[in-house]
Design a protein around this ligand. Structure first.
Ligand code: SF4
Length: 286
């Protein structure tokens, strides 16, 4: 961590005493933990997913649905020991799994928590996918399930919303590693290992969504699932990216949904359009 290159930003900063593009130093910071019921049914089940929301983000999408966290405005610093205690608390509450949300920049500290305590329930790594394979290899022995986003295909769109024109190339390499590493296994309606690739439909970007679906259709392996999400909700008033100031329309949603159906994919979740509501955005505790 004296020269952090954990993600493709390759900041090279000393995280002991400074911050990189992710906005946090090397001390774990979380904004919330608890049972979460709004993930895919094979993740949330009936008892909820044991979710830990980390502060900071190495991607920082303009439309982030967890804006306060990704901009590092919220959070409480905890030690790896305290994180391992949180794993136990979530297990005791009956969580079906431990769900690490946006963990990339804390991977090395999270490994320390797993060295203190390994949960007996599956561990999910929930990521924007702007990841290096080298960093994934550090956390892979502790992970059972990957929940990677595949947000954009077009370099123009990823540049516009994240300032990263190489997002698709980086993310697809990361997801290919994940699919190679974890075969999808479902038991009693719950995912025990594997990959669920998530794609959030954005306003005006349906054609890019179709390209993402094409990629999944031709590259999915080992039983990976696709989860098409319609929950986009504008949380920040956009002064320049005006198209992000509205939810997706029924027509935009239907175009992507119809295309998904035409591909005859076996393992697909399609979120309902009514999911686009602020009531599904968690309230932060710290
Ligand atoms: S994890 Fe943070 S400091 Fe390290 S390379 Fe990525 S953005 Fe930079």
């Amino acid at each position: 961590m004296s020269k952090c290159n954990l993600c493709p930003n390759f900041c090279g900063v000393n995280r002991e005493n400074s911050m990189g593009a992710c906005g946090v130093d090397n001390k774990i910071s979380i904004a919330k933990y608890g049972l979460h019921y709004y993930e895919e049914p094979i993740v949330s089940g009936t008892q909820g997913s044991g979710t830990v929301f980390f502060t900071g983000c190495s991607l920082k999408c303009a439309f982030c649905q967890n804006y306060d966290l990704s901009r590092a405005n919220r959070g409480k610093v905890i030690t790896p020991l305290e994180l391992s205690d949180i794993f136990k608390i979530l297990e005791d509450k009956g969580a079906h799994n431990i769900n690490l949300v946006t963990p990339t920049h804390f991977v090395k500290e999270i490994v320390k928590a797993f060295e203190i305590y390994r949960p007996s329930i599956p561990v999910l790594y929930n990521t924007h996918s702007y990841e290096t394979v080298e960093t994934l290899k550090i956390i892979d022995p502790y992970v059972d399930i990957y929940l990677p986003d595949l947000k954009f295909c077009s370099p123009f769109i990823s540049e516009r919303y994240t300032k990263k024109s190489n997002y698709f190339d980086v993310a697809t390499k990361a997801i290919e590693f994940m699919m190679q590493s974890k075969k999808t296994v479902i038991k009693s309606g719950l995912i025990k290992s594997g990959v669920i690739v998530r794609h959030l439909i954005l306003p005006t970007c349906q054609n890019d969504s179709l390209k993402v679906l094409d990629w999944f259709s031709s590259c999915a392996k080992n039983g990976a699932y696709l989860s098409i999400m319609a929950q986009f909700t504008p949380l920040v008033k956009q002064e320049k990216l005006h198209e992000l100031n509205r939810k997706i329309t029924k027509k935009e949603y239907q175009k992507v949904a119809n295309y998904a159906e035409s591909l005859n994919l076996e393992n697909v979740f399609l979120q309902e359009l009514s999911s686009a509501s602020e009531e599904y955005i968690p309230e932060w505790d710290y």
